[in-house]
Design a binder for this molecule. Structure first.
Ligand code: ATP
Length: 246
């Protein structure tokens, strides 16, 4: 088994993944992510971005191929060890804001910290700081249903950033945000990543979102390609006819 390069916090080789119904999603993807890097995974809808993030984070196991985190294999871990890895070292932002309806905003934000063993008081302070940075600090006592969709997504950003994960996986995280909101939230994400040494893997089909990354890898039909030319958002609406040079 070839060891991953030292400066890659995350490294994957030749990942293949087929869904239960037989749909092919990844056809041999290799990728390395350097420590502290913001890496965009770009490509049209259905190109395999979510599946790649799911394999890299250990949420699902690739059919074949290798995933390494900090030079330790993830692909050989069982479900419980992968769950612990995700809880303790990784963060995740979904395209739709998923919050616990019975908890208020600061409790939702503090939850991953408390699951990692941080005391309630310290977790509350940290949660509030991140909510303030994301301009939803004044909503901390409200329940999720009292917020707009865009505000709920900002809470999800705060919840993912508060524990300063080693790697934050963000799957189309700006999808529920208005265009005007996107720049601010992405700036908060990249600033936080740089100041806290958080590595970010950002799946997006939006060229403006991908532009905040240090580097972009492109997927098309479950394979890496050199360039995918996506039309501007609005024109594409995810139906991007892409030309490729690979
Ligand atoms: N649960 C599933 N069952 C069967 N096929 C699936 C499933 N999820 C995704 N697929 C298929 O796998 C392929 C890759 O999907 P994936 O969601 O990884 O792509 P994506 O680039 O993230 O797309 P999107 O931007 O729409 O989320 C697509 O052909 C998709 O239709």
């Amino acid at each position: 088994m070839e060891a991953p390069p030292d400066n890659d916090v995350l490294w994957a080789r030749s990942l293949h993944f087929t869904h239960r119904d037989g749909s092919p999603a990844l056809g041999g993807v290799s990728v390395g992510v350097r420590e502290g890097e913001v890496l965009a995974v770009s490509g049209p809808r259905g190109s395999g971005k979510t599946t790649l993030l799911s394999c890299l984070s250990g949420l699902v196991r690739a059919g074949s191929g290798e995933v390494w985190f900090n030079s330790a294999p993830v692909h050989t871990l069982g479900p419980v060890a992968r769950e612990r890895l995700r809880r303790d070292r990784f963060g995740w932002i979904d395209p739709v804001p998923l919050l616990v309806p019975e908890l208020n905003v600061w409790e939702n934000t503090a939850l991953p910290l408390m699951l990692r063993g941080t005391g309630r008081r310290r977790a509350k302070v940290a949660a509030q700081e991140w909510l303030d940075r994301l301009d939803v600090g004044d909503k901390s006592r409200l329940r999720p249903h009292e917020l707009t969709q865009a505000e709920r997504q900002r809470v999800c950003f705060a919840r993912a950033l508060a524990p300063a994960p080693a790697v934050l996986f963000a799957d189309e995280p700006t999808a529920p945000l208005h265009r005007a909101d996107r720049a601010h939230v992405l700036r908060t994400l990249t600033t936080a990543a740089r100041s806290h040494g958080i590595t970010v893997v950002l799946a997006t089909h939006d060229p403006e979102t991908a532009a905040v990354a240090d580097r972009t890898v492109c997927l098309l039909d479950g394979r890496r390609v050199h360039t995918v030319h996506l039309p501007p958002v609005g024109e594409s609406e995810g139906r991007a006819a892409c030309s490729l040079s690979a």
